[in-house]
Design a protein around this ligand. Structure first.
Ligand code: ACO
Length: 356
C-alpha cells in the first residue's frame, strides 16, 4: 500500500489587519493583556460581502493546486474543515467546488468540523482514502471567518481577542517513495467537557444537554412551546446569547497535557523521539500553550514554528497556514520529519508525523 503525501500546499489570509490597539476601540482590553496572555499582536479579518470561509479556502486551494502541478479538474475529493461555515447547510465543500469552477460531478465533497483539530482529522481521512487507492488527488482545506461571529463588546473579550480569519489548503496524493509522506495520524476525543468551549446558540439543542446535567440555564428558549421555533429567538439576540463561550483555564490545563501525550503516541508508534523532529507545528491556539508544550518536549526554538502573533487563532486553518509559511520560508527540506498536533473544542485532539 503506498503512503500518501502532501503534494502541494498554500494559504490565504484577508488583507485587513486588526491590531490589539484596534480592538481597544470596541472593548475594554489592552495590547499588553492580549500579548501577555496569548502572544497575539494582530489578526486578519475578512471583508464583509466579499470574503467568507469558502472564498478564503478557494484562494488557498488554488495555490495548493498550482504547487502540486495539477489542475482543478484533477481533484477527486474535497474535505472542508471549518467551524465558521457560510451556511448552516449546505457546507462549504460544495460552495468551494462552485467557487473553484469545478463542474465535474465525479467528485465527493465532505464537510467536517472538529474545531481546532479539524485539519488533522481531515488529514487522517484523506490519508485513508488515498492509501486505500480510492482517490488520487484529495483537496483538504481548513478555513475560518471567525470575525463574523464574535462578540466585540467587553462581555466577549476573553474569547474575541484570540481569534482571526484565514485559510490553508493541501493536496494529498499517493507516493511510491519508501518511508516518505504521512507516517501516522492519531485522533482522540472526549465529550465530557463539550460545553466548556462551545458555540451553542443558535442551535437545535433546545436546552437538552444542560437539562441532562441538571443545570437550569436560560438559553433564551420559550420552554412552553409544544414544538418548533427554537433555533433562534429574539431573546437570544437581545441578550447576546449567540456567541462562543470558553472556560479558558480548563482549556489551557487540558491542552498542555494532551498535546505532549498525543505527540509522544505518534513518535512511539514510529520508533522516533522528539530529537528526530525537524519541525513541530502546533495548532496556534495560544503562544503560551505552544511554549509550554515546547518546554515539556525539550524542543529547541529552531524546531518549532509559531505565527499566532500575526494571525491569532484561525482554528482549522492554523496548521496549514503555518506549514505553508514554513515551506515558503525554506524551513522544510526534503526528508525532514514534520510533527503537527492540535487540541480544541470537543474536546478533540490529534497529531500527525509527515516525512517530507
Ligand atoms: N482584556 C482584558 N482583560 C480581560 C480580557 C481581555 N481581552 N479577557 C478577560 N479579561 C479579564 C477577566 O475579566 C478577568 O478579570 P477579573 O480578574 O477582574 O475577573 C481577568 O482578565 C482574568 O481572566 P481569566 O479569564 O481568568 O484570564 P486567564 O488568565 O485565564 O487568561 C486566557 C485567559 C488567555 C483565555 C487563558 O485562559 C487561556 O489562554 N486559555 C486557553 C484557551 C485558549 O487558548 N483558547 C483558544 C481557543 S481554544 C483552542 O484553540 C485550543
Amino acid at each position: 500500500m503506498p503512503n500518501s503525501k502532501i503534494a502541494g500546499i498554500g494559504f490565504y489570509v484577508p488583507e485587513t489587519v486588526v491590531t490589539n490597539h484596534d480592538l481597544t476601540r470596541h472593548m475594554d482590553t489592552s495590547d499588553e493583556w492580549i500579548q501577555e496572555r496569548s502572544g497575539i499582536v494582530e489578526r486578519r479579518y475578512a471583508k464583509p460581502f466579499h470574503e467568507t470561509s469558502t472564498t478564503l479556502g478557494a484562494k488557498a486551494a488554488e495555490r495548493a493546486i498550482e504547487r502540486a502541478g495539477i489542475s482543478k479538474e484533477d481533484i477527486d475529493f474535497i474535505i472542508f474543515a471549518t467551524i465558521s461555515p457560510d451556511y448552516f447547510f449546505p457546507g462549504c465543500g460544495v460552495l468551494m467546488q462552485r467557487e473553484l469552477g469545478i463542474t465535474k460531478t465525479e467528485i465527493g465533497a465532505l464537510d467536517i468540523r472538529n474545531q481546532c483539530s479539524g485539519f488533522i482529522y481531515g488529514l487522517s481521512i484523506a490519508d485513508q482514502f488515498v492509501k486505500s487507492g480510492m482517490y488520487k488527488n484529495v483537496l483538504l482545506v481548513g478555513a475560518e471567518v471567525h470575525s463574523m461571529g464574535l462578540d466585540f463588546t467587553t462581555r466577549g473579550r476573553n474569547v474575541s481577542v484570540l481569534f482571526g480569519d484565514g485559510a490553508g489548503a493541501v493536496i494529498i496524493q499517493p507516493t511510491e517513495e519508501e518511508g516518505k509522506g504521512i507516517l501516522t495520524t492519531k485522533l482522540h476525543s472526549d465529550g465530557t467537557h463539550a460545553e466548556k468551549l462551545a458555540f451553542i446558540n443558535p442551535g437545535c439543542h433546545s436546552g437538552y444537554h444542560f437539562n441532562q446535567m441538571g443545570e437550569d440555564i436560560d438559553f433564551g428558549y420559550d420552554k412552553d412551546i409544544e414544538y418548533g421555533g427554537r433555533f433562534l429567538t429574539q431573546k437570544m439576540l437581545d441578550e447576546g446569547m449567540i456567541y462562543p463561550n470558553m472556560d479558558g483555564k480548563l482549556v489551557f490545563k487540558t491542552a498542555v497535557t494532551k498535546f505532549p501525550e498525543v505527540i509522544m503516541e505518534a513518535l512511539d508508534d514510529q520508533g522516533l523521539t522528539t530529537e528526530n523532529i525537524d519541525l513541530f507545528i502546533p495548532h496556534q491556539a495560544n503562544l503560551r500553550i505552544s511554549q509550554f508544550v515546547q518546554r515539556r518536549l525539550k524542543l529547541r526554538d529552531d524546531q518549532v514554528w509559531n505565527n499566532i502573533q500575526r494571525y491569532g487563532n484561525t482554528t482549522a486553518a492554523t496548521i496549514p497556514i503555518a506549514l505553508s509559511e514554513a515551506v515558503e520560508a525554506g524551513k522544510v527540506k526534503d526528508g525532514d520529519l514534520i510533527c503537527i498536533a492540535a487540541f480544541g473544542s470537543g474536546f478533540t485532539w490529534g497529531s500527525a508525523l509527515i516525512r517530507w
